[in-house]
Design a binder for this molecule. Structure first.
Ligand code: BEZ
Ligand code: FE2
Length: 404
C-alpha cells in the first residue's frame, strides 16, 4: 500500500483540499493523511511537491501513432489537399515511423499526463509498441475499403489484425477494439460485418464521421472535391453510402464518432438519442480547415483528443486543451476549463468502458500530478490554471507504479 498526498485532488465531486489517496494497483481509500496512515501504518507516504494537484491519468481517445513521423510532409489548411498529400506521402511516412519513433511519442504523451490512449491502427504496425508501453491502450483496428472488388480481401486483413490484438497478454493493458475509417471509404457490407464483430465481442467501436465539407457534399450529392478524388484513384463517381445509411448502421451499439464538425443539429441529436459520443479534435479540425464543433450545443458526451501527428503538431493533451480554450472563444473560460478536464478523464473512461479516469475507490490507480508554480488563490480557477500552466506533469502513475 502507498499513500499519496497533494494540496488538491480532482474527484468526481470537484477539487478537494488537503486530502490523500491510499492505493495499490487500484485506489483503496480517499481521506485525510492522518486517517489513511492510521488505517495503513505500513504504507509508504509520497508527498507531492507544494501546489500540486492529483488528477486521474488523462485519456486521449483518438490518436494515429503510425503517422508520428510527419512534421512538414503533409499539407495543412484544407481537407482535400491534405488527403492528396496523405496519398502521396503515406508510404514514406509509415516507413520512417519505426518503433523508436512511436515509443518516443508514447513517452511524450506520458510526460503530458496521458495514461490511456485510443490507438487508431490502419496497418497494425504499432501493436508491439502499444504492448510495450506501460500505458493502457484501446487498440482500434481500422477497416478501410470502399471498392466492392477488394472488400473481402481488406476485411480478411482487418480480421487478422483484430485477432492479433485479441491475443495480447493481459499485462500489456491492451483492449482490442474496432474503428471504421469513414462513410466514404468503407463499403456498407463490410461495415456491417465489422459492427457485428464489435457487438459479438463487446469491443469499443469508433468511426471518423463528417469531418469535412467535402465529405458532406460527396455523401449528400455525390459532388464536390471528393468526386475527382474517387474518379482519379477508384474510377468511380458515386458514393457507396449516404449520411443516414451510415449512421443507422451503428443504431444499436454506442460508438465513438470522431470529428462530426460538419454534422447538422438533426444528425447530432440523432447520435445523442442513440447513446453515441464524439471525439473532438480541435487542433486537427483547425489545421485541416474543417471548422469548429459547436460543443456548447451538444447533448451527447464528448472527449477532447489529439488525433495523430498527421494533422497535429504534438500529442500533448495540455496543448490540445489550450487549443480548445482558444477555439471555443464564446464559452466562459472558467466553465469551459472545468468541462474540458472532465472530457479527458471520467467522460473518456466511460466512453471507452474503462475502470479509470476517476479518483474514486476501486478505480485503477492511474494518476497525473500537476504542479503549479504558486498556490491558486481562488478554488474555482484551479481547472483553468492547470490547463494554462502545464506543459508536462511532475509525476505519473499507472496501476500504482510511477513512470514519470
Ligand atoms: C477507399 O478505400 O475508398 C479510400 C481509401 C483511402 C482514402 C479514401 C478512400
Ligand atoms: Fe483520426
Amino acid at each position: 500500500m502507498k499513500i499519496i498526498s497533494a494540496n488538491f485532488i480532482y474527484t468526481p465531486e470537484g477539487f478537494v483540499e488537503n486530502q490523500a489517496v491510499a492505493f495499490t494497483d487500484t485506489i483503496s481509500q480517499i481521506g485525510s493523511l492522518e486517517t489513511l496512515q492510521a488505517s495503513y501504518p505500513e504504507a509508504k507516504h509520497i508527498q507531492t511537491e507544494p501546489n500540486s494537484i492529483l488528477f486521474p491519468g488523462f485519456i486521449n481517445t483518438h490518436v494515429h501513432l503510425e503517422f508520428s513521423s510527419n512534421k512538414t510532409s503533409l499539407k495543412y489548411g484544407s481537407f482535400m489537399p491534405w488527403l492528396y498529400s496523405v496519398i502521396e506521402h503515406r508510404e514514406d511516412l509509415v516507413g520512417e515511423c519505426d518503433n523508436s519513433v512511436m515509443m518516443g511519442e508514447c513517452e511524450a504523451m506520458m510526460r503530458s499526463g496521458i495514461t490511456t490512449f485510443g490507438a487508431i491502427s490502419s496497418f497494425g504496425n504499432e501493436l508491439e509498441v502499444c504492448e510495450n508501453t506501460p500505458q493502457r491502450v484501446v487498440f482500434f483496428n481500422e477497416l478501410i475499403g470502399s471498392n466492392a472488388q477488394y472488400a473481402d480481401m481488406l476485411y480478411g486483413d482487418f480480421m487478422e489484425r483484430v485477432k492479433a490484438s485479441m491475443s495480447c497478454k493481459p499485462s500489456s493493458r491492451i483492449t482490442p477494439a474496432i474503428a471504421i475509417h469513414s462513410p466514404y471509404s468503407v463499403h456498407p457490407i463490410i461495415l456491417q460485418k465489422a459492427v457485428n464483430v464489435a457487438k459479438e465481442h463487446k469491443l469499443p467501436l469508433s468511426a471518423h464521421f463528417l469531418e469535412s465539407q467535402a465529405e458532406r457534399e460527396w455523401l449528400e450529392h455525390g459532388e464536390g472535391e471528393l468526386k475527382s478524388f474517387f474518379k482519379k484513384y477508384f474510377s468511380t463517381e458515386t458514393p457507396v453510402t449516404n449520411i443516414q445509411e451510415f449512421m443507422y448502421a451503428f443504431d444499436t451499439y454506442p460508438t465513438h464518432f470522431t470529428h462530426c464538425v460538419q454534422a447538422n443539429q438533426v444528425e447530432l441529436d440523432y447520435l445523442a438519442q442513440k447513446g453515441h459520443s464524439i471525439a473532438h479534435c480541435p487542433r486537427s479540425n483547425r489545421y485541416l480547415g474543417c471548422g469548429r464543433l459547436p460543443i456548447e450545443n451538444l447533448k451527447l458526451p464528448f472527449t477532447v483528443a489529439t488525433d495523430g501527428l498527421s494533422s497535429n503538431d504534438s500529442l500533448n493533451i495540455f496543448d490540445e486543451l489550450r487549443a480548445a480554450l482558444l477555439l471555443h472563444n464564446d464559452i466562459p473560460i472558467q466553465e469551459l476549463a472545468i468541462n474540458l478536464l472532465k472530457t479527458v478523464t471520467s467522460d473518456a473512461a466511460d466512453v471507452l468502458g474503462l475502470n479509470c479516469g476517476k479518483i474514486e475507490a476501486e478505480r485503477a490507480a492511474d494518476f497525473a500530478i500537476v504542479t503549479l508554480r504558486e498556490a491558486p488563490k481562488r478554488h474555482e480557477e484551479i481547472a483553468l490554471w492547470s490547463i494554462l500552466h502545464t506543459k508536462e506533469v511532475s509525476a505519473l502513475y499507472i496501476e500504482g507504479e510511477q513512470y514519470v
